[in-house]
Design a protein around this ligand. Structure first.
Ligand SMILES: NC(=O)c1ccc[n+]([C@@H]2O[C@H](COP(=O)([O-])OP(=O)(O)OC[C@H]3O[C@@H](n4cnc5c(N)ncnc54)[C@H](O)[C@@H]3O)[C@@H](O)[C@H]2O)c1
Ligand SMILES: O=C(O)C[C@H](O)C(=O)O
Length: 331
């Protein structure tokens, strides 16, 4: 009986045409642990390299008892980051401080900017061809910083750098489904722009199934999606920000990257990337993914008049957030 199960697991882990190594940097944290658990279940991951400044050996011992084909390895401290990243096809980065009530995401830049710079420098040195998915806030500014670090080392490939904005899509699907009294898994809705306040723009006009909401009700729904991070920060009352929903969202995004690496066609996800779609140098839109990351930026979906105005306003905010990255690196 037992050997049959082991055989089944072995077959399961061989289902993926290509199982690859994924590294998680910041894996001991509130997002890192549940994310690692979800990734441990992917047949498309051969090795999960878990890195943190804090000791992560207990987390790895725990995960290693789960009967899936993914091997889990622990890497602790700045000196072990290089080994963690060696041969990684995907690097996911939830390393850095979360918000407390009263803070906005930009307040995290002083600390998290340094974290992103250190991680980006090591990625540039060890695995510049990896697909990089940064979760660390403030995303709007962290991604331009990482891009600049990679550019300075002549290894920047804009198709491989992603700011993870999937949580905004996850929330938009959930809140729309609540309003329509339907299963959130049946809702599709693009969320574009960035990942803070008004830069988060759910495109209700493009929602499927159709949701014709107008006036104050529509404004309230858009605002709830934009401020959903605050809802969690306040409810956690000083104990951090969204972790479980973020782990779910990041696992979904990594799954998209893995399916694209495995040659699946039509894998589309919204993500904050270097972009020519608007005047903001970085912008989240639906992206068609391929084995090398971005296969095609699908650009702005169709917008109604209200959404066109919202894009004009948010682009200005995003340009400021992006400029903060350059200022940070000059300090
Ligand atoms: N993109 C999004 O939608 C989104 C959603 C939620 C949270 N976040 C952000 O994700 C980040 C992590 O949140 P959390 O709740 O997991 O925080 P956390 O404090 O629980 O965990 C962060 C982990 O990162 C580790 N760490 C810090 N610096 C590191 C470094 N240089 N190298 C390796 N590990 C390092 C810490 O030791 C810790 O274990 C925060 O910046 C938060 O704002 C982003
Ligand atoms: O709100 C935060 O600080 C964390 C995250 O960006 C979120 O949207 O939940």
């Amino acid at each position: 009986m037992i050997s049959m199960k082991i055989g089944q697991i072995a077959r399961y882990s061989r289902c993926a045409k290509k199982a690859v190594k994924v590294a998680v940097v910041g894996a001991a944290g509130g997002i890192g642990q549940p994310l690692s658990l979800l990734l441990k279940m992917s047949p498309m991951i051969s090795t999960l390299a878990l890195h943190d400044l804090q000791d992560i050996k207990g987390v790895v011992a725990d995960l290693s008892h789960i009967c899936t084909g993914t091997r889990v390895q622990a890497f602790v401290g700045a000196k072990e980051l290089q080994c963690a990243l060696e041969d990684a096809a995907i690097v996911v980065v939830p390393a850095g401080l979360p918000r407390k009530p009263g803070m906005n995401r930009a307040d995290l830049l002083t600390v998290n900017g340094d974290v992103a710079v250190e991680v980006a420098k090591t990625i540039a040195f060890v695995c510049p061809k990896a697909l990089m998915a940064f979760i660390t806030n403030p995303i709007n500014t962290i991604i331009p910083i990482v891009a600049q670090i990679l550019k300075e080392r002549n290894v920047f490939d804009p198709n491989r750098l992603f700011g993870v904005t999937t949580l905004d899509v996850v929330r938009a699907r959930t809140f729309v489904a609540e309003a329509l009294c339907i299963d959130p898994r049946t809702v599709q809705i693009p969320v574009i722009g960035g990942h803070a306040g008004i830069t988060i723009l759910p495109l209700l006009s493009q929602c499927l199934p159709k949701y014709t909401v107008t006036g104050a009700e529509r404004d309230k729904l858009v605002k709830r999606i934009q401020d959903a991070g605050n809802e969690v920060v306040e409810a956690k009352a000083g104990a951090g920000s969204a972790t479980l929903s973020m782990a779910f969202a990041a696992a979904k995004f990594v799954d998209c990257l893995l399916r694209a690496i495995n040659g699946e066609e039509n894998v589309i996800a919204c993500s904050y990337v270097q972009s020519k779609v608007t005047e903001a140098e970085f912008f989240a839109t639906p992206i068609l993914l391929g084995p090398g990351g971005i296969y095609k930026n699908l650009g702005l979906p169709q917008l109604d008049e209200q959404e066109k105005k919202a894009v004009e306003t948010l682009v200005k905010q995003l340009q400021q957030d992006i400029a903060e990255g350059a200022k940070f690196l000059c300090k």
